[in-house]
Design a protein around this ligand. Structure first.
Ligand code: SF4
Length: 215
């Protein structure tokens, strides 16, 4: 487990940008990492499909993917992975608990859990997927509707396989979960802010950061 990466991401989510990290915050983050490591039950599942183009879709399951960002990202890919990951219900319960008794801890716990999930997903991808691949694209970004998550969850049977469901409101449960699309065969594309819905009011950008890693 890459603990320094978890801390680095968590600080980014908390709005830290080259400030000196005080001891109290540092200890709280370490405490949260330790807690989450103990109580999380990371689970992941994925399915792989051949891609069809013009329009972009997966013929085998009649899934329409014809959105500008996906056409752009997957233009040189031959296959697509639909992936779902979660940290499990215990993290969710502990997060609720802190939100009732200690807001500071709740905020830090939330940021560390998000970072933990991201690092775990990256590690899982590195173990499972060989060869060139694009970054993980999550519905809700650009013009790809968040509603697509329901269809993707159904296709990978995320509820049955890893206990991840998509609510009517499109919220993932447990909330520290992720559903994404990864193209195979091309790793040249990097995520950009260009088509992000948050570009006008993005707090990361205001601080001179981005929510994704840059080379
Ligand atoms: S940094 Fe902000 S604008 Fe850029 S992709 Fe992330 S959330 Fe969107």
């Amino acid at each position: 487990m890459n603990f320094s990466k978890i801390k680095e991401n968590a600080l980014k989510y908390l709005g830290y940008h080259h400030q000196t990290l005080d001891e109290k915050l540092n200890n709280l983050i370490d405490e949260c990492i330790e807690e989450i490591e103990k109580m999380s039950s990371f689970r992941a599942t994925y399915r792989k499909f051949p891609l069809s183009f013009h329009p972009l879709r997966i013929d085998e399951i009649s899934l329409n993917l014809n959105y500008p960002e996906l056409n752009d990202l997957f233009q040189n890919c031959h296959e697509l992975i639909i992936i779902g990951c979660t940290l499990g219900l215990q993290v969710e319960k502990r997060s609720h608990y802190y939100s009732h008794i200690d807001m500071t801890k709740a905020t830090i716990f939330d940021a560390v859990a998000s970072s933990f999930l991201e690092v775990k997903c990256n590690e899982y991808e590195d173990e499972q997927l060989i060869g060139k691949r694009t970054f993980r694209f999550c519905p809700g970004y650009g013009r790809v509707p968040i509603e697509l998550n329901k269809e993707l969850a159904f296709i990978i049977e995320s509820s049955k396989k890893i206990g991840l469901t998509v609510q009517e409101s499109n919220i993932l449960l447990p909330q520290k979960s992720m559903i994404g699309l990864i193209g195979l065969g091309d790793n040249r594309k990097e995520k950009t802010c260009q088509n992000c819905l948050h570009i006008k009011d993005c707090n990361f950008r205001k601080r001179g950061q981005t929510c994704y890693a840059k080379d």
